[in-house]
Design a protein around this ligand. Structure first.
Ligand code: PAJ
Length: 279
């Protein structure tokens, strides 16, 4: 069984012997319902530090009132087994009351990087993410923390906040893990019926084809319009499909700096996001 801490003093106490022995610590924050994408973060963490801490906390402040907070999958017992098997040293699973006690008021606002793309459709989302991640980082004080490129904008938001607040923590991005059929692994994929899942496969396929068209020198506006049409044909209600500068996330119609395609949309009531490098 994996040792588990449920509040900040427990997690800090559990880490005292590691600190005294001068051991390095890598941290993987999650909302649980763990899958191979999360496990890739854990295995990368194990390669880079002596000790690995994972957190599981379904953070209420990053969900809007109309979103899936109450039905978000929770599988703590299975998650604990997966973490133990992967050689994770400590699980931190605080309660909402511990993270946000009565009177909690401080909010981290990451600025412009949080207002584009996801920020347009989920205007309070990254404030919630940034606030909880800064809290977790300060509670645990790891040497490094790992985040998936699956949530590419989130990764850039975290880099921004860590840089701005001088947190002495290396932020490591880990490539997207996909199922054999191409769909990016996500805890939310369990919401998809088998038919929805077939339609959902159009998302990675469209990103791949659009990236290939752009790389082949096709007009970027036309490539994006074709991609959008393909998603709509498959039943997606598309929030966005855009080519952006990979560092600033600003929309671009030229392909001279490192660029990335980012997309989000609904299949039925399930919202999916995905992205791909345009190399
Ligand atoms: P969650 O969605 O559980 O994801 C936890 C971490 O796993 C994130 O860094 C995410 O990018 C990564 N991840 C998820 N699916 C992945 C995949 N298919 N391939 C690679 N990495 C993947 O992201 C969150 O939780 C929360 O916003 C959190 C950062 C924990 C703050 O509450």
């Amino acid at each position: 069984m994996i040792p588990a801490a449920t509040n900040v003093s427990e997690v800090r106490t559990a880490m005292v012997p590691w600190r005294e022995a001068g051991e390095t610590v890598a941290f993987v924050p999650t909302m649980g319902a763990l899958h191979r994408g999360h496990m890739a973060l854990i295995s990368n963490a194990k390669k880079m530090a002596k000790r690995v801490v994972a957190s599981i906390f379904v953070n209420p402040t990053q969900f809007a009132p109309n979103e899936d907070l109450t039905k978000y999958p929770r599988r703590l017992e299975e998650d604990k087994k997966l973490l133990a098997e992967a050689g994770c040293d400590l699980l931190y699973a605080p309660s909402a009351e511990n993270m946000y006690p009565a009177g909690f008021a401080t909010v981290i606002d990451p600025g412009p990087i949080a207002t584009v793309l996801e920020g347009i459709f989920r205007p309070t989302h990254f404030r919630g993410v940034a606030t909880v991640v800064v809290k977790l980082l300060l509670q645990i004080l790891p040497d490094a923390a790992l985040f998936g490129e699956k949530d590419y904008q989130q990764l850039l938001v975290i880099r921004q906040v860590v840089r701005d607040l001088n947190l002495p923590i290396h932020i490591i991005g880990v490539p997207i893990v996909r199922d054999a059929d191409g769909l990016a692994l996500s805890s939310r994929n369990v919401y998809l019926s088998p038919a929805d899942r077939q339609h959902a496969l159009t998302l990675p396929r469209t990103l791949k084809e659009t990236a290939a068209a752009i790389q082949a020198g096709r007009d970027i506006g036309i490539a994006l319009a074709n991609g959008m049409a393909q998603l709509v044909d498959a039943g997606f209600s598309v929030d966005y499909l855009d080519l952006v500068n990979a560092a600033t996330l600003m929309s671009t119609r030229t392909f001279d700096a490192p660029a990335r395609l980012l997309a989000a949309g609904f299949i039925g009531t399930t919202r999916l996001i995905d992205n791909m490098e345009v190399g």
